[in-house]
Design a protein around this ligand. Structure first.
Ligand SMILES: [Zn+2]
Length: 185
């Protein structure tokens, strides 16, 4: 009892205060470990909203390739420099790979060096919607198809003039309709 008493007397922090840094560290670690799961929870995709194209998770899974499903419906990201459109300069319109909505024009496409197709604006503002991405620690703005709610990529503020925006979009989420004919590239 005496030892215990003396120890308490010497300490400048009470026992709870001294544990706070360790508790914060522990919570940060847990958040880091869980963040990929929190960011992409299967089946919970934008259930709060109704879209013009409104399909069940099962329908999307059947219609899309596994990679498209992972990116479009589970907010995934393709690896940089692996998509089929990041270097493409063919004139045409980029459609939503999930619903065919016209999203981006080759006129607004530029080489950002990021390894993903990059546009400084959508073909029309109302074709896409933007939403703050709640992934922990990094605040980003997510870009979604306004017609079907599918995830497309993110928008950043380091784009070229005139908008200063960089719409960084996954190739898997796009289907190019070339200008000259209706064949897919
Ligand atoms: Zn769509």
């Amino acid at each position: 009892m005496i030892d215990h008493f003396h120890r308490n007397e010497k300490s400048t922090l009470n026992p709870l205060q001294s544990k706070i840094p360790a508790m914060i560290g522990f919570l940060l670690l847990i958040s880091l470990v869980l963040s990929p799961y929190l960011a992409a929870k299967p089946g919970s995709h934008n259930k709060k909203r109704e879209y013009v194209v409104n399909k069940s998770d099962e329908q999307w899974r059947n219609e899309l390739t596994p990679e498209q499903y992972r990116i479009l419906r589970q907010k995934g990201t393709e690896r940089a420099f692996t998509g089929k459109y990041y270097k493409t300069k063919t004139p045409g319109v980029y459609l939503c790979a999930a619903c065919g909505n016209e999203l981006f024009s080759s006129e607004h496409k530029y080489d950002s060096g990021s390894g993903w197709p990059s546009f400084y604006k959508p073909i029309e503002d109302q074709k896409v919607e933007q939403e703050v991405d709640n992934s922990l620690f990094v605040k980003r703005t997510e870009v979604l198809c306004k017609r079907c709610g599918s995830h497309l990529g993110h928008v950043f503020d380091d784009g070229p003039k005139p908008t200063g925006k960089r719409f960084c979009i996954n190739s898997e989420c796009l289907r190019l309709k070339p200008e000259q004919n209706n064949d897919e590239e």
